[in-house]
Write a new protein. Structure first.
Length: 260
């Protein structure tokens, strides 16, 4: 039975219910890690199991901002489910004019030049390979679903990592584009680094929730609003759920042996 761990955030509060389709019971569990407790929603059905983690979870009333997330706790919790696949769902600002808000794309690679290191290995030199960080066969499953739902070819995206919590300036976006980035986000860089150390397979579903600063084709001086970002991300959560459901059907036909 396939097992999928999902790391999600902005606009994905109803994802567990959409994936369960109102049929199986959703369990609420807590995973203890060396970096804090992580709440997890578990959706079980005859098709498989999905383990959902809100990366912004907090023991307080608010939500943990991106620069304060301990990604080690989240990725460790996801790995504890012994999944066949870890899926990062990332809200991104679009630099590429062919990837407007409202569309979902697939992460192809990451540009993460942030200074802060992320690793599970602070006492030994462990160098995980990151030549191919996303599992193509699982991406192909999502590609078929997304192309059908969205009616356009699915974008394969280079994701630039910024740490937030502020949005970027237009000049920063210009520089990221020159480096080859299609979109910019605040969470995929650390998650992809840590997942590479676990040995589990990984993909990223990138939700275009806003134009990056200065890239709105109607008004280049338009402000980036977090409430608008949340609204866009939430509006496409049903399409994210369709991808996860399709993966449950697709994974049994793929080679689930060790990577490499």
């Amino acid at each position: 039975m396939p097992r999928i761990a999902v790391l999600c955030g902005t606009g994905m509060s109803d994802l567990a219910g959409l994936i369960s389709q109102g049929k199986p019971k959703i369990e609420d569990v807590t995973i203890e890690t060396n970096w804090g407790n992580v709440p997890m929603l578990v959706s079980k059905s005859s098709d498989g199991e999905v383990f959902i983690i809100d990366r912004h979870h907090s023991e307080e009333n608010g939500r943990t901002p991106p620069h304060q997330i301990d990604h080690r706790a989240n990725v460790h919790a996801a790995s504890s489910a012994n999944p066949d696949l870890i899926v990062s769902i990332n809200s991104v600002g679009s630099i590429n004019q062919n990837f407007p808000p409202g569309l979902i794309g697939l992460g192809r690679d990451v540009i993460d030049l942030a200074i802060r290191p992320w690793t599970f290995f602070n006492n030994d030199a462990i160098h995980s390979d990151r030549t191919t960080i996303f599992w193509k066969e699982a991406q192909d499953c999502c590609d078929k679903v997304l192309s059908s739902i969205q009616g356009v070819p699915t974008s394969k995206l280079i994701v630039a990592q910024c740490i937030g919590p502020q949005f970027e300036t237009p000049s920063e976006i210009d520089a990221l584009e020159k480096l080859g980035a299609d979109v910019v986000g605040m969470t995929l860089g650390p998650e992809s680094r840590l997942v590479s150390e676990t040995g589990f397979r990984h993909i990223s579903l990138c939700c275009s929730s806003n134009w990056a600063s200065g890239r709105d084709p109607v008004d280049p001086e338009a402000l980036v609003s977090h409430s608008d970002v949340e609204s866009y991300a939430s509006s496409i959560s049903k399409n994210i759920a369709a991808c996860i459901i399709s993966l449950l059907s697709c994974l049994p036909s793929l080679d689930l042996g060790p990577e490499g």
